[in-house]
Design a binder for this molecule. Structure first.
Ligand SMILES: *Cc1c(COP(=O)(O)O)cnc(C)c1O
Length: 647
């Protein structure tokens, strides 16, 4: 698609909004302020509260914290927890639904302690609970979900220790429900429960025939990894009954996938789940809960569509489809309305964090020019290319110019390998080639029709801005599953962005780049950014990273975790904010230790070599101490690029 870069100079922030579409994915939390800086409204219930992102960055700099940085807005987390719970409460009231909503937050989506604590705290008035999918998660959930009213839901495959922990929690009076993923788990649970004489609460996960659409559609259907078939559910329920534990069966669970893009999948799943619930109820199993799993999607690209990075519904439509869908089936079947559970993770956490990184350089194919004046006896390819570069602004045969230039550039390389063209001549040809391309690009701007091949010129001539971060650490899904995440500059949006850029990271991996951008007209491979000014920092934000991205990063190139800054707003001053917590990112030592290196040993080895040079007299002792200290400082320092020190 074509980029809509405004050509006139009377650029306004409205134009920037049109270009970047911040409001479309910002969900009321992010917008472009009148001063051209990105503004955050962290609490939907308090629209006067506004934080200027640039001010947050200045404060971070003042505190001496190095970029890149993860910013966490705790108020956004709280606001999302409240929004989901309030949506259920009001819909349940409107529908005259008899059950209540008791949601749980699945910690795998973001297990950071501060995140889980904030969610538990914000969810306390609603008895909002937690979901765990592994033993480590269960251990943490046991310690953090202490509200006796809220649910703890246990999914995933379980071993004996896992089951014992669940039974311990029952003993402590928790509402902890073990969701059976495969039949053999039930045998284990029943055996342990009898042995320890503790009554468990049991859920059965149904393998649904409905498939969610989008990247995770494999979570449903016959080949789904988790869940019981209909015949297994009946067998499991009967087995519990025969063991005198029929009344332990409390919950029916299903989860058809994450990031459900199409609301129809939700409607179908609710319908199917409600039917199974109703039949089980009439068989004598008086279940208290129906758990519709996760899947509430995020509109990452702002298109409100069924594209993989979007969704064609809102949170309130999702909630209404669950509540009214359950009610309809239950009323028809004459069974009570069960309490409703959902396990929304992405929807709760995605908005609350973003990554702020600075641009540390730019890469251009045509950045260096050599002297191209004609010399006696030069190769004819140099001469030809010079002619093209000189006439491109006056000729109209664009395609022909493009073809000739490309062909001659290729021929020049062949000739160079055959030792017919010299290195200096090749340099001239390269310079002249790019000059021709820049000329062509200028000429084509005025054209209505641009031949297909020539449309690539914009991309080939675009700058690559080098961002101080690792895609593999901070935006794993953009690489792994082509998830689109919004990227925008955090300031200068009242200036026209004139550079079409792609973004590359500082890893040595050529996959370490972002080349899919959310623009208001669709997804593009380049993003308009501002020209870098010498001596002035330029910061970019990568948004909606709070779900999965925050905690999924890998150790690619040993960059490790980012510095983190937790931002809170002031109740008394709506423009003000404070940074309460700074969590240090990985040091070089940290990441090396994880990979089984011994940083102390490394430092000693380097020091020994330096000492030898000193005793040999090839290094001054004073200088040696300096180098030793420097090596050790680097070991304990941040893994990402440091700004050049001003000397
Ligand atoms: C991952 C997962 C979730 C969370 O899904 P979201 O799409 O992030 O809401 C919920 N339940 C189960 C069983 C999961 O595996």
């Amino acid at each position: 698609m074509e980029l809509i870069v405004n050509k006139h100079s009377s650029w306004t922030v409205e134009d920037a909004e049109k270009l970047y579409g911040v409001k479309r994915w910002g969900a009321g939390y992010f917008e472009i302020g009148p001063n051209g800086n990105l503004h955050i409204t962290p609490d939907q219930a308090n629209p006067d509260m506004r934080i200027d992102m640039r001010a947050v960055i200045e404060e971070i700099k003042e505190e001496g914290i190095q970029f890149p940085v993860v910013l966490r807005f705790h108020d956004i987390l709280r606001s999302q927890v409240a929004a989901l719970n309030e949506a259920f409460i009001s819909t349940i009231e409107e529908a005259e639904y008899q059950g209540r909503y008791q949601g749980v937050y699945p910690v795998k989506v973001n297990q950071m302690r501060e995140v889980v604590e904030e969610i538990v705290d914000a969810g306390a008035p609603y008895d909002y609970g937690l979901e765990a999918g592994s033993k480590a998660e269960l251990l943490s959930v046991l310690a953090y979900n202490t509200n006796p009213e809220s649910l703890t839901i246990l999914n995933g495959y379980k071993d004996e220790e896992f089951m014992r922990l669940a039974l311990l929690a029952r003993k402590l009076g928790r509402r902890i429900i073990v969701v059976i993923e495969k039949f053999s788990e039930l045998l284990l649970l029943v055996r342990l429960a009898k042995q320890l004489d503790i009554k468990p609460l049991v859920g059965l996960r149904s393998k649904m025939t409905v498939k969610g659409r989008g990247k995770w559609e494999g979570s449903g259907g016959d080949r789904a990894k988790f869940g019981l078939t209909i015949s297994e559910i009946i067998k499991a329920a009967r087995y519990l009954e025969s063991e005198g534990m029929g009344d332990c069966f409390k919950l029916l669970h299903f989860h058809i996938g994450s990031q459900l893009t199409d609301i129809r999948a939700v409607k179908e799943a609710i319908n199917e789940g409600a039917r199974i619930y109703a039949e089980l109820y009439r068989m004598g199993f008086e279940l208290e809960y129906v758990d519709a799993g996760g899947g509430l999607g995020i509109d990452y690209d702002g298109s409100q569509s069924t594209s993989d990075s979007s969704r064609n519904y809102s949170m309130s439509e999702y909630v209404a489809d669950i509540v009214f869908g359950m009610k309809e089936v239950c009323d028809l079947e004459g069974v009570p309305h069960p309490n409703l559970v959902t396990e929304s993770g992405r929807a709760i956490t995605a908005h609350h964090s973003c990554v702020i990184t600075e641009i540390v350089g730019e890469i251009r194919a045509n950045s260096a020019e050599v002297d191209t004046v004609a010399v006696e006896g030069e190769h004819y390819l140099v001469k030809n290319m010079r002619e093209l570069a000189e006439t491109v602004m006056s000729q109209n045969n664009f395609q022909e110019i493009f073809n000739d230039a490309s062909q001659w550039k290729e021929q020049a390389m062949d000739a160079f390998k055959l030792r017919v063209v010299s290195l200096e001549e090749l340099g001239k040809i390269e310079t002249l080639y790019w000059r021709t391309m820049v000329g062509l690009q200028k000429r084509l701007k005025a054209e209505e029709f641009v031949p297909e091949e020539l449309q690539e010129l914009d991309y080939n001539l675009s700058a690559q801005y080098l961002c101080n971060f690792s895609v593999f650490q901070s935006a794993a899904d953009t690489w792994a599953i082509e998830q689109v995440l919004p990227v925008v500059p955090v300031s200068r949006m009242n200036e026209e962005p004139t550079e079409n850029c792609s973004l590359v990271d500082i890893t040595c991996d050529s996959d370490g780049k972002i080349d899919q951008f959310v623009m208001s007209g669709g997804i593009t491979d380049v993003i308009p950014m501002h020209t870098l000014k010498p001596g002035e920092d330029y910061y970019l934000g990568l948004f909606l990273t709070g779900a999965y991205q925050d905690v999924m990063g890998d150790m690619h190139n040993l960059f490790g975790r980012l510095n983190e800054v937790h931002v809170f707003s002031h109740d008394d001053d709506p423009q003000d904010f404070y940074i309460e917590e700074f969590v240090k990112g990985s040091s070089v030592e940290d990441v090396l230790s994880i990979m089984q290196y011994n940083p102390q040993f490394m430092a000693q080895t380097v020091k020994r070599e330096i000492d030898r040079k000193i005793s040999e007299g090839t290094m001054q002792p004073r200088e040696g101490v300096k180098w030793t200290d420097f090596y050790e400082d680097c070991l304990s320092g941040y893994t990402y690029l440091k700004r050049a020190r001003q000397v």
